[in-house]
Design a protein around this ligand. Structure first.
Ligand code: GAR
Length: 207
């Protein structure tokens, strides 16, 4: 039986689209059961709808405070009974209502713990690093601070701007995301402190 995956996005959704493509293979081990977003009119949601994947929108601005939004988001996610939530270009911080109820991973376009936050590619360029990359990690209640599952390095080239560098990161990011979500789905995982291992063990077991 495939793992049920809810994907959260805020924009283009190219990572979501890569997951949807991979999940067409029954051997992949994960099924995208819904796509959620925090804002109306995103391109990624249109792509998901066109592919027949259920979508939901929980607009941040419709709630009086962050905690009410977080609870609503958690409830909408729960309706789809996910085994795993994948934040793939979701640009809001998920709070305790989501994190405490759902197992969730996030992709981030930098080699964490360097350059957390919403402008990782810009911040890495401004700092003058020669190597940056992408990270997939479990979510905890901090900002981009949870246990790391995998990372891939991407060299900065002379003449790179934020857009050219981000596009190269996204190429490797999509591959990393597809590989990691597939392995989590097929093999399960355990988390021991900051260390994530594939495979089921006696430690904190999921699924
Ligand atoms: C991805 O590069 C992802 O790492 C980044 O947004 C992009 C979404 O692209 N996420 C963050 O910056 C989160 N802090 P996509 O919509 O084409 O998948």
């Amino acid at each position: 039986m495939s793992a049920r995956v809810v994907v959260l996005i805020s924009g283009t959704g190219s990572n979501m689209a890569a997951l949807m493509e991979a999940a067409k293979d029954p051997g992949y081990g994960a099924e995208i059961v819904a796509v959620g977003t925090d804002r109306e009119g995103t391109r990624g949601v249109e792509v998901a709808r066109a592919a027949g994947v259920p979508t939901f929108v929980v607009p941040f601005r419709s709630f009086s405070d962050r905690s009410a939004w977080d609870t609503a988001m958690s409830d909408r996610i729960a309706e789809h009974e996910p085994d795993l939530v994948v934040s793939a270009g979701f640009m809001r911080i998920l709070g305790p209502a989501v994190i405490g109820r759902h197992q969730a991973v996030n992709i981030h376009p930098a080699l964490l713990p360097s350059f957390p936050g919403a402008h990782a590619v810009r911040d890495a360029l401004a700092h003058g690093v020669r190597i940056t990359g992408t990270t997939i990690h479990f979510l905890d209640e901090g900002v981009d601070s949870g246990p790391i599952i995998d990372q891939v390095a991407v060299p900065v080239e002379d003449g790179d701007d934020e857009s050219s560098l981000h596009e190269r990161i996204k190429v490797v990011e999509r591959r990393m995301l597809v590989d990691t979500v597939g392995r989590l789905a097929r093999e399960g995982w355990s988390i021991d402190g900051r260390h994530v291992r594939f495979g089921r063990t006696d430690m904190k077991e999921n699924r």
